[in-house]
Design a binder for this molecule. Structure first.
Ligand code: NAD
Length: 434
């Protein structure tokens, strides 16, 4: 099958590469010339475990190619995926400008029947709008299928190759069948391909992200109460996780959710229906998250005082979660900005996100080449992302390098008793009175 994927970001590059891996001929299109030049050169513009190797292999075997030329990509493909960004627009609504431009661009290039598949996360009703946009530009026959993407950055290749489920929305039986066939190699263990109407498919993606964000805000809110009441959120978490109706996943307290999806998708969902019905729960989810992003710096202030000038803080972890370089809406941004605002200096380390972090902070903070380098002369260490390599550091070395042995752990990766025994003043989330 000849496929085109328009938008070669975290989703488009993974989807295009995985489709090539299963034998399709795939051309990935982007308007970003620098990105396409890099990819043509065998380098990938993002960090995603396992992806670079797969891109190289499929490029060498000539199943995967990259271009900025949308017209030729559309003309030689039967199925065209839209995987461009849908960032937050004014008033919180999803900005559909890139989807619209892509749909119209595809329409102008169409020379025969095409199946247009929306992989971007789009508000309910967008499939209908895409049909109108395409019809405005051309008279060729076409079908529009909604196919929301559920991959997680950091495990994107694995998620794409072995999805829990594939969701397809639309009402053209032949087009649905063609896209279904494309996914057959990824669901050989029996995970389902769910076919539904396009509005339900569009809503499924937002509902999934909203549920996940709700779980995070829920456990974070309980963790605040634990702190206040002298309970330990780790114990509480274990106790509730064993209830099969609740389960162990996605109930880890921390410094709040971030990333390129949850914040914007929650806001898009809140604004989707206008005022009716008002999204009462999701508004609270967002508020809890904003408060949670401030909790670690509140602890810093309670320990060191409101004025942090003259103090340097070491930060381990900048990306919004481990195994990605993505800094979009990362909680580290809120935390570091608050430290800087209070007069502090920051020395940060992240295994993969330094280049992206430089785009956010520029030279307002210092960047360490190794995790221990960030500690030199710092008044305390803040853990903001739970990269595996931070889990078992040499604490004697940490203690020697810090000016004062204080750790603010925003991800609860250490044992409070161990840290106390080692002579640290240790603060974490919902576990002790820091
Ligand atoms: P991204 O910003 O990494 O990539 C988007 C790409 O689209 C960019 O490379 C940009 O240059 C390109 N682009 C924009 N306009 C274009 C045009 N007119 N023609 C060609 N290319 C164009 O975004 P992403 O993280 O891959 O997300 C894409 C979509 O998938 C979003 O709707 C997002 O909500 C959704 N999604 C993302 C994830 C994730 O984990 N990142 C997961 C599931 C769904």
């Amino acid at each position: 099958m000849n496929l085109a994927v328009v938008g070669t970001g975290y989703v488009g590059l993974v989807a295009g590469t995985c489709f090539a891996e299963s034998g399709n001929d795939v051309v990935c299109v982007d308007i970003d010339e620098r990105k396409i030049a890099l990819l043509k050169d065998g380098k990938i513009p993002i960090y995603e475990p396992g992806l670079e190797e797969m891109v190289r292999r499929n490029t060498e075997e000539q199943r995967l190619s990259f271009t900025t030329d949308l017209d030729s990509a559309v003309q030689k493909s039967t199925i065209i995926f839209i995987a461009v960004g849908t960032p937050q627009g004014a008033t919180g609504r999803a900005n559909l400008e890139y989807v619209r431009a892509t749909a119209k661009g595809i329409a102008r290039a169409m020379n025969s029947f095409k199946i247009i598949v929306t992989k971007s996360t789009v508000p309910v009703g967008t499939a209908d709008r895409i049909k109108e946009w395409v019809a405005e530009e051309c008279s060729q026959p076409f079908a529009v299928i909604t196919n929301p993407e559920f991959l997680k950055e950091g495990a994107a290749v694995e998620d794409f190759m072995k999805p829990d489920r594939v969701v397809l929305g639309g009402n053209d039986p032949e087009a649905l069948e063609a896209v279904k066939e494309l996914y057959e190699p990824f669901v050989r263990t029996g995970n389902p391909i769910l076919v539904m109407d396009s509005r339900s498919a569009e809503m499924s993606k937002y509902a999934a992200n909203a549920m996940l964000a709700t779980k995070i805000s829920f456990i974070n809110e309980v963790s605040c109460l634990c702190e206040e009441m002298g309970a330990d959120i780790s114990e509480v978490r274990r106790a509730i996780a064993l209830d099969r109706r609740i389960g162990p996943h996605f109930i880890f307290p921390g410094v709040g959710y971030g990333g390129s999806c949850f914040p914007k998708d929650i806001r898009a969902m809140i604004s989707m229906g206008g005022e009716a019905p008002e999204m009462l729960l999701l508004k609270a989810v967002e508020q809890v998250n904003e408060r949670q992003k401030a909790t670690l710096v509140d602890k810093v202030r309670r320990h060191f005082g409101a004025d942090l000038s003259g103090l340097t803080f070491a930060v381990w972890g900048l990306a919004f979660k481990p195994r990605t370089d993505d800094m979009r809406d990362a909680p580290s941004i809120t935390v570091i900005e608050a430290l800087l605002q209070a007069g502090a200096e920051v020395q940060a380390f992240d295994p993969e996100a330094i280049a992206e972090a430089k785009k956010v902070f520029g030279d307002r903070i210092r960047y360490a080449a190794r995790n221990y380098d960030a500690l030199k002369g710092a008044a305390a260490l803040l853990i903001l992302t739970e990269w595996n390599e931070f889990r078992r550091p040499n604490f004697q070395r940490v203690k020697q390098l810090l000016k004062t042995p204080v750790v603010f752990d925003g991800r609860n990766i250490y044992d409070p008793a161990d840290l106390r025994k080692l002579g640290f003043k240790y603060y974490s989330i919902g576990r002790n009175h820091g």
